[in-house]
Write a protein that binds this ligand. Sequence first.
Ligand code: PEP
Ligand code: MN
Length: 381
Amino acid sequence: MLRRKNPGARKASPWGLIRIEISHKSRREALRTSWLCQQKCVPMILVLRTDATQAQIDHIHERIAEIGSRPHVSQGEQRTIIGVIGDEGKPQIETFASMPGIEQVVPILKPYKLASREMRAADTVVSVGNVKIGGGYFAMIAGPCAIESKPGLDGIARAVKEAGANILRGGAFKPRTSPYSFQGLGQQGLEILREVGDAHGMPVVTEVMDPRQVALVEHWADMFQVGARNMQNFDLLKEIGQTRKPVLLKRGMSATVKDLLMSAEYILAEGNAGVVLCERGVRSFEDSTRNMLDMSAVPNVKGLSHLPIIVDPSHATGRRDLIPAMACAAVAAGADGVHVEVHDCPEKALSDGPQALLPQQFASLMVQIRKLAEVMGKTLA
Ligand code: PEP
Ligand code: MN
């Protein structure tokens, strides 16, 4: 900051101009501050030395704050790395490269920073209640499209749990194409879901559609679901990012893999690290299935990101007869889980009946999934 040496003392220059005395120290400080302000920092990863001292780490954090960026610390088994995320601009790798305690500085070139594999080499494991997803842990999420009644949900939960599902799903807030279709039971549905989940010892996941519903859903559920229609509801993503509840983020029906990862980035950037991605098919010219299941998204995402990815063959195909084959294909493709809709009387279901598996079909599918998960080295707890 420019500072007058003696604010009261104006000295007349030979040219009749007023000269302001600036001390050497404040001039240096001024130059340094303006230099720092101009250094728009490209996102980068600081790989810390294994012997970095706390004082060195504190100093690194100070410098990150000084350039107006945010640190995202990732504690690996071998190494600690700090993601430096802020405005995009020219790389200022040199700023950090010469600092004690830092072994290496690597720019993150991908537009999704925190979600990228560069940021974290190891797979992220997301915990939903007592169930783990990712890094070798496999999730089997099952339940009806919508919560319709307590006895109805209870019967379905009992059946899917017995067959081997480890997370119960059910929608209380339903995003329906028609405003005249069943919209869900709202809070009453959430209460039923919680009660039934607890009765069967299953964590529960349910959709949240609006930032105003976040606190309510956070209270009743173990995991948020962001549906395909809301994948780019950025206010919703930011609000969920403020919580510490895990999120099942479904791919939008016309979203690219990059779009999906950018949406995950919104949640991660707010400090919520528990994101599980979900491939649920995208719109295409093919009209014999509800959507087109992009199975390549699974290995694709695995290469680009450390986040777990699961597959939802129910919404992807919309057809009961195709779901088992696609669920098995998902396991073979390396998915960290499968998400399917199950109903004991699909013809009476208030939403998505045609794609609901019957409980006995789900049980047969689970036999295959267990075998495949084992082949793929996955643990299904
Ligand atoms: C659902 O899970 O019931 C749902 C509406 O899914 P999607 O957002 O994938 O269409
Ligand atoms: Mn559904």
